[in-house]
Write a new protein. Structure first.
Length: 860
């Protein structure tokens, strides 16, 4: 006995792999009475006991401070025991090696200083080499295999990870060599103390210095990797790894099983056994593992799992694993050529995919989940095959009785497909809940698995089934050799693709065009095929045209693409390029072949020039003294408005407008001059315009000549007069926009008074000229010119009469009347008139003379 109940007897237990009746049990906190020069004293040394039948041998006989028995392991041949003993002696070697209880213990080599590193915290053997776990080596941890030291990766996650606190040995790489599995339960990355397991493969006579495989199942403070064991739990000849995470789920604990296969150990656990599934009061489940042993003699290894915080150990029995031989067969394996009449109809083709299964190793009925997926690898929108009701996959629960199972799936192949790749079928199978149903705890298990089948197409490309080809490409534009910016125009482009060699499957023409083109439609060209279909890709400026499945060998396809130009950038030309892709094999020198079409884009802007006189007729009234204000003090302002209108199709840039205004100053008297220049953008307010004017004064030598000329001239313009030059520059004039330039001319009214009586009309003319700056990308248009004329009518003054003129006229009239009267009197006009009157009185009504007695006779 140990003499004390607090010695942790049983902290380590191992069975002899060669002698089932022998096992070792250790108490690493055992107290031993020691003596020195000062007397006897109690010291923690630790002890291990080997039990053989009813015989108990004290295996360790330490003489100094140690924790012998914190780990212990039988060698593979069962002849030796390795006992870990951290902190043993002044030069820590990590443990003892016993050949038998009667022989003195030896110790591992001490070529590496291991003081205070907990060397021996875990022990194991690989071949004849002792493996010591050294979890505190340089604060990161290490393991020592013979004389070879493998250190933990050194980073912020591995610091204090206790790398080397658990060690297992087994061939998990399936190469016939023993690999070393190392736990680091305090590894902290996503969670504190989540843990990690490292696997080092054997390389020749040594081991890889870096881990070949890393296992990880992150969980909060689970200490994954605290315990490890390697065994073939499913009896498939491949080693599996069982990993303990004793503090997962708030200290309850669980274990994870990682299965091996013909390739390598799977990194995803195939099974997780939680402590709560064993007992709802269990704690620290997975703190220790026994060596695997077939307890129930069913041919599968079993294992005991410790749970020290609940004073329990649980024996887990391995369930039989059913062996399955399964295959998935697609018929026919080769589909008819796409040139076969079967593909020329609109009906889909029906084929069969059959599942075959042959079972062994169990005598009970099975319930199995199966899931068949069709045309895997293709996106859902492009799948070429489907199941009934247009399903892309089929899941079912199959009840299997006996050793053989068969199921036929009916598959529909679409008549119109776009890929020559084989159609692949994939089937997954597994037991419900992976076989761990509560209804049958020890029922046989079946590993989940998957099957695949392939259905190819007859490509008619020879016995090698490889279609070799390349293409000749051509782009032309039959109707457009020049484009004008701003012109909304339909643009037609002919694309021609020639297949030079064998059939080209899934052939597509890719046409890239600029953003200012809009795709309209595709049509056949000349006698070309009319089944070319085109669609815009997601970026909207790339057109993909499907050219047939297949595009037949040595054939040519021409098709007409129609675009519309909404706007055009300048000075960039229209460039369209085309490339062709295919699933057939194209030689390297022909890959990425591209052909381009370039159509020049230029600007052409027709700018019209209009002229409006304001007013077109100016009536000048001569001065009058009766007027309250003399017109000679006024200045007449005549406006000539020039309107520039861009009728397109392109924007006009860098326009220069020039006009000439008659200018006349004689002896400091301004007769006619430029009053002002006004302008506005009208419909184009954002455009800028800058106007400037220059003038030239007359010399004194020319004044007399000009004075004579202006008295004769009827038209006042720059053909004979000096003028003011007004120049306006425009940065831009958009299509369908106008600009107005108003030239205001001041004419002195006093000068017009001078002209009265000499001429009734004069004409004032201004001429405007417009030109556009010439550039490579601008089509030159003729300069335009416009003359504006205002007619000035000089109205003469009414004549003013002197006072003496009417007086003289009256007196002259009176004098004339007197003279006429005298003349008539002298001529006897008045006497004859009187005699005639008397004679008229002597006639009776019948015209006879009326004889009357004279006065004298009457009186008598």
């Amino acid at each position: 006995g140990t003499g004390d109940s607090n010695h942790w007897l049983g902290v380590t237990v191992d069975t002899n792999p060669r002698k089932d009746s022998n096992f070792i049990v250790c108490s690493h906190r055992n107290i031993t009475t020691l003596s020195d020069l000062h007397g006897n004293y109690d010291q923690q040394t630790g002890s291990c006991f080997e039990i053989s039948g009813t015989k108990i041998d004290v295996t360790t006989k330490p003489r100094s401070k140690a924790t012998a028995g914190i780990s212990a392991r039988y060698s593979q041949d069962g002849d030796s025991i390795i006992i870990g003993a951290p902190t043993h002696g002044s030069r820590e070697r990590g443990g003892y090696i016993f050949k038998s209880s009667q022989q003195p213990a030896s110790q591992p080599e001490d070529s590496i200083p291991l003081n205070q590193t907990y060397a021996g915290y875990a022990v194991n053997m690989v071949g004849s080499k002792i493996i010591l776990g050294i979890p505190r080596y340089q604060d990161y941890g290490a393991i020592k295999i013979g004389g070879e030291l493998i250190s933990a990766p050194q980073n912020k996650f591995t610091f204090g990870s206790y790398f080397g606190s658990a060690i297992a040995v087994g061939d998990v790489s399936n190469d016939g060599k023993q690999d070393v599995i190392v736990g680091a339960p305090f590894y902290s990355e996503k969670y504190p103390e989540e843990g990690r397991v490292y696997i080092f493969h054997a390389v020749s006579s040594s081991f890889s210095m870096t881990a070949n495989v890393i296992l990880s199942v992150p969980a909060y403070r689970s200490r994954f990797g605290s315990t490890l064991v390697v065994a073939d739990f499913d009896n498939d000849t491949y080693s599996d790894v069982l990993v303990g995470a004793p503090y997962e789920n708030d200290g309850i604990g669980c274990i994870y099983l990682f299965n091996g296969n013909e390739n390598k150990l799977k990194k995803t656990p195939s099974q997780k056994i939680e402590g709560t599934k064993i007992n709802n009061k269990i704690r620290s489940f997975g703190i220790s593992f026994s060596r695997s042993v077939d307890i129930d003699e069913n041919g599968y290894p079993d294992i005991a799992v410790g749970a020290y915080l609940s004073d329990r150990a649980v024996v887990l029995l391995s369930r039989p694993v059913i062996k399955l031989l399964a295959t998935l067969v697609a018929k026919p394996q080769i589909l008819q050529s796409f040139l076969d009449p079967i593909w020329q109809t609109n009906e889909d083709i029906i084929v069969n995919v059959t599942l075959f299964m042959l079972f062994s190793g169990g005598n009970q009925d099975l319930v199995m989940n199966t899931n068949l997926k069709v045309d895997i690898g293709e996106p859902a929108s492009r799948k070429r095959a489907y199941l009934e009701n247009n399903q892309k996959e089929h899941t079912s629960l199959e009840v299997i009785k006996g050793v053989f199972f068969q199921k036929v799936y009916q598959i529909y192949i679409k008549n119109k497909i776009n890929s020559l790749k084989p159609i692949r079928f994939h089937l997954d199978y597994h037991l419900p809940n992976n076989g761990y149903g509560a209804w049958c705890i020890l029922c046989p298990l079946l590993k989940s698995g998957n099957l695949s089948a392939t259905m190819k197409f007859d490509l008619l490309c020879g016995t090698d089934e490889i279609c070799n080809t390349h293409f000749n490409l051509e782009l032309t534009s039959p109707s457009s050799n020049l484009l004008l910016s701003g012109e909304r125009k339909y643009i037609e482009i002919v694309a021609k693709v020639e297949n030079v060699n064998e059939h080209a499957y899934n052939t597509k023409a890719h046409i890239n065009f600029p953003s200012w083109l809009e795709y309209v439609t595709v049509k056949k060209h000349n006698n070309g095929i009319n089944n070319v279909t085109c669609s815009i890709e997601s970026n909207q400026y790339k057109l993909t045209c499907f050219l047939g499945y297949p595009m037949r060998e040595k054939s040519t396809i021409s098709f007409l693409l129609t675009f519309i130009a909404n706007w055009m950038p300048i000075p960039k030309d229209l460039e369209v390029n085309m490339s062709v892709t295919t699933d057939s094999v194209v030689p390297k020198e022909y890959l990425n072949k591209t052909v381009s079409l370039t159509i020049p884009v230029k600007k052409k802007s027709v700018v019209k020039l209009f002229g409006i006189p304001e007013p077109d007729l100016y009536i000048h009234k001569s001065s009058s003294k009766s007027s309250s204000k003399s017109s000679s003090d006024e200045v007449a302002v005549i406006s000539h408005a020039f309107i520039l209108e861009n009728i397109g199709p392109s924007e006009a840039h860098n326009l220069v407008f020039e006009t000439f205004v008659p200018y006349l100053i004689i002896r400091n008297m301004t007769i006619m001059t430029l009053d002002s220049v006004k302008y506005d953008g009208m419909h184009d307010e954002n455009s800028s315009i800058v106007c400037r004017s220059t003038k030239r004064n007359y010399s004194e030598d020319n004044i007399q000549t000009i004075t004579k000329d202006i008295m004769k001239a009827v038209t006042y313009d720059c053909s004979w007069m000096n003028c003011i030059n007004v120049t306006c520059n425009f940065n831009e004039l958009k299509t369908k926009r106008s600009k107005k330039i108003q030239i205001n001319i001041a004419v002195e009214n006093r000068y017009l008074d001078v002209l009265k009586g000499k001429m009734h009309n004069i004409y004032i003319n201004t001429t405007g000229k417009l030109k556009q700056e010439s550039k490579d990308y601008i089509i030159k248009v003729p300069d335009v010119e416009k003359t504006i004329m205002t007619k000035v009518y000089i109205k003469p003054l009414k004549p003013t009469l002197k006072w003496w003129i009417p007086v003289a006229s009256i007196l002259s009239g009176i004098l004339l009347m007197v003279l006429v009267s005298i003349l008539l009197y002298e001529l006897g006009f008045f006497t004859r008139y009187k005699k005639l009157e008397e004679e008229k009185e002597n006639l009776d009504p019948d015209g006879n003379e009326n004889k009357k007695p004279n006065d004298e006779n009457e009186n008598r």
